[in-house]
Design a protein around this ligand. Sequence first.
Ligand code: AMP
Ligand code: MG
Length: 350
Amino acid sequence: MDYQQTIHWSVDNVGEKTFQAAVAEAGALLREGKLVAFPTETVYGLGADARSDAAVASVFQAKGRPSDNPLIVHIADKQDAALAAAAITETAEKLMDAFWPGALTIILPHNGTLSTKVTAGLSTVGIRLPDHPAARAVIRASGCPIAAPSANRSGRPSPTRAMHVAEDLDGRIAGILDGGPTGVGLESTVIDCTVEPPLILRPGGVTSAEIEAVIGTVDVDPALSEEEQPRSPGMKYRHYAPEAPLTLLDGTTAFMHEQIRASRERGERVGVILTKDLAGESGADREYVLPAGDTETVARELYHALRTFKETEVDQIFMQVIAGEDLGFAVMNRLVKAAGGRVLTENRTF
Ligand code: AMP
Ligand code: MG
């Protein structure tokens, strides 16, 4: 892949002249078939013109993404869903009204105008309207439906800060819009509206309870909680992997301390992700301290935490599991993948 000079824009002050100039330049690059990374409320996305085979092919190349993993199409305004979908069902319309702009990707039959590389040859397309002024401004300026996967090298934790995008993709893409840390920190929820009842393929920023409050009962892909082949092509791949192996710990603080001690006794340099109340006494070589233990904070900080542990510094990372309800279900889905399924459970006697 040829090296290119990546432009870095800062877009902190929405509406200011520098914001408008950056957005216009980024939009023009996208229209020319170039790749531009931009912030959304979930994670940073790597945008490309969804109608251009060449532009979409370069997304897969820059990321090293398997070609059978379809991309989500991002739009700036609700009516632009028609640029990608063949028809908007009543259920989809309700979801759009309730959750857009926001962290919900809706799968519908596509209208045949997109690159087949976006849809990986499927008859359907995932569409999302992100809740971020820079994302919407750039998409609008491009005049295109924008295919945008997370702006990381495939397999790595998704980027929640512009520096994460630069770490993975500098020299491989035309530009990066820096809008600061993202708010949600986890990818969108993906819901398939081509089946009845609708089926959640990936848990994310919008919970199934919130969705059910709007459209009634939905199914959740059983593969999300069991060892089954997932229905969404992308869900079968190794994802979110930190540089050193991550092991999840299901047990007490004493159990965590014991695992850290045992790992150090094996000669490993140990990193741990923990909350403030447990900081300073873990016995690990390096601690990443979460500012708070609530699920929203864990979701927002998780990928940054995973990225801070470099293989030159630690051989093993530990983190305690969190409660798996609501947003916690999405967090645990990412954590188990990041850990490659390694979970140690304490033998407790009551
Ligand atoms: P990412 O782009 O990394 O956020 O991943 C997008 C996720 O959405 C992957 O898990 C894809 O497999 C899934 N996805 C995108 N489009 C479709 C579709 N048409 N059908 C099913 N899953 C999809
Ligand atoms: Mg991704």
